[in-house]
Design a protein around this ligand. Sequence first.
Ligand code: G3H
Length: 478
Amino acid sequence: DEEVFKYYSEGKWMKSSSGKSVAIINPTTRKTQYKVQACTQEEVNKVMGNAKRAQKEWAKTPLWKRAELLHKAAAILKEHKDPIAECLVKEIAKPAKDAISEVVRSGDLVSYCAEEGVRILGEGKFLTADSFPGHERNKYCLVSKIPLGVVLAIPPFNYPVNLAVSKIAPALIAGNSLVLKPPTQGAVACLHMVHCFHLAGFPKGLIGCITGKGSAIGDFLTMHPGVNCISFTGGDTGIAISKKAGMIPLQMELGGKDACIVLEDADLDQVAPNIVKGGFSYSGQRCTAVKVVLVMDCIADALVEKMKASIAKLTVGPPEDDCDITPVVTESSANYIEELVVDARKKGATFCQEYRREGNLIWPLLLDNVRPDMRIAWEEPFGPVLPVIRINSVEEGIHHCNASNFGLQGCVFTKDIDKAILISDAMETGTVQINSAPARGPDHFPFQGLRDSGIGSQGITNSINMMTKVKSTVINLP
Ligand code: G3H
């Protein structure tokens, strides 16, 4: 009787009545590593019902007590960093050290969120009517923030733990209950993370975790009438979810094609390793990875040479050995990356390294002289392939950035701060980094995308606010 990891409902670990499981394939060995329950719609209904009931009591629990439990969960999460990181290594081939950092960062995020919640939810507003024309000082308005109800959290495979807690912690501190649907790759890491919340002692039913194929229960979950808010990070599925979801607040982060503009005055010794780190960390499987370099033609040869030297230093191999470049998450992902590479070759891109692939492992590849007719100029490979487009003016770079369907982050390298600010203003993305590659963290910074990159704004403070609603009580005096 092989082990199938249980799902979490009503404070207990349960087997699904479906008798079915979902296999998690290790990206490195390409063999089944773990199995999780394939939950049924009935089981989803049950988790939703429990979450609704538990939320009513939780909303009445003093804020400091909610914070105390979150601090406890954060500490337990950090204590469990090794076994959780091991799951990340086996399920998503995250390099060993990065896997540990993800868990530690998650604990810090939960603690910060508890503190921030205590501060911002512990204060409200007081208004008087006489500031509006025609009114006397006979109405007082007390404004506070109340929870939304049940928050559905759907994190992606690339940060299954961190991007789960970045939804769970704000939801809980604000008095909501939480239903988590982990990604298939990363599901066991998520279950282990949920176990840390279980050990912290949250009330039964407040947190539920449903596993299964998105194709079987995804729509049922996201269109469920019991859901009062969805926080999703991932790919195109998010666009489909936003079209189908009901009249509820949505927080969506759906990827990016982060452009990196390099001006002629930039310090290339500093820029090259920075871009390589930005483009190739976790094998490019980050929504904030540098996904296209737009470099002034006069310095392009020099930059490409320095980037080649940096890329040559990247280690390629299994995540257990903490290699920089590890196998990408699935075979279909590797096939898609290859499609973009083949298209670029056909259309005449310059290959700075030989294209090499073994199974899901793709060696880092820099493509120079990429032109706008190549798919790699616009599509997000989510892999270790980085295109370079040579530009003759800053405007050309800004135009390419703004013509993208995505608008998550962008960056500009220059010593001229005035120019950098003007370029930042002109780049239509949620964030622009000056003199560094894009990144979401520190996790209390606002994080948002324009166009197909998403809706709403994340970051700890914004997420707490987004998961609450304003409530007014008006006192009418005689
Ligand atoms: O994949 C999307 C993540 O939000 C990126 O986070 O910038 O910390 O890697 P990161």
